[in-house]
Design a protein around this ligand. Structure first.
Ligand SMILES: N=c1c2ncn([C@@H]3O[C@H](COP(=O)(O)OP(=O)(O)OP(=O)(O)O)[C@@H](O)[C@H]3O)c2ncn1[C@@H]1O[C@H](COP(=O)(O)O)[C@@H](O)[C@H]1O
Length: 110
């Protein structure tokens, strides 16, 4: 697994036991799944707006920042539900070399 993702996953697990006053991640876990999903939704919208904004711009830093926020909050969501980046990476690995068009066609014949 990517080293940064795996290190972040370890920190997110540790933060389940941390105090909400000292940790943003702990405060999200304490507020519960609905709050976490609200943050994922917000970050998703902000990412879409940043992508649209930077389409014809050289500087893509805003999109990079918003996508990092989205990935981070998605990881908190997964961690809250007992999953981690390795579960998602395994699924992407399974799909490797499987054309999206072939996969779609196989669903339509079933
Ligand atoms: N990668 C991140 C990360 N990315 C974004 N954020 C926080 O996510 C929040 C994003 O919220 P918004 O942009 O919506 O801004 P906001 O208005 O402050 O948010 P709200 O008040 O609406 O919740 C900000 O507080 C950011 O600081 C992150 N907070 C933590 N991490 C990682 O998680 C680790 C543990 O963090 P703590 O639990 O805070 O120690 C850190 O060491 C980092 O590695």
């Amino acid at each position: 697994m990517n080293d940064t993702l795996s290190r972040l996953a370890v920190v997110l697990e540790q933060r389940k036991q941390a105090s909400s006053d000292k940790s943003y991640v702990a405060s999200l876990h304490a507020k519960g799944l609905n709050k976490i999903l609200e943050k994922v939704g917000e970050e998703c919208t902000e990412t879409l707006l940043a992508a649209k904004d930077c389409e014809h711009r050289e500087d893509k830093s805003e999109l990079i920042g918003e996508t990092a926020d989205l990935w981070f909050h998605s990881m908190v969501m997964l961690s809250h539900l007992g999953l981690g980046p390795d579960d998602i990476l395994k699924e992407l690995e399974r799909r490797f070399d499987l054309s999206g068009l072939t996969e779609k066609a196989s669903r339509q014949t079933n």
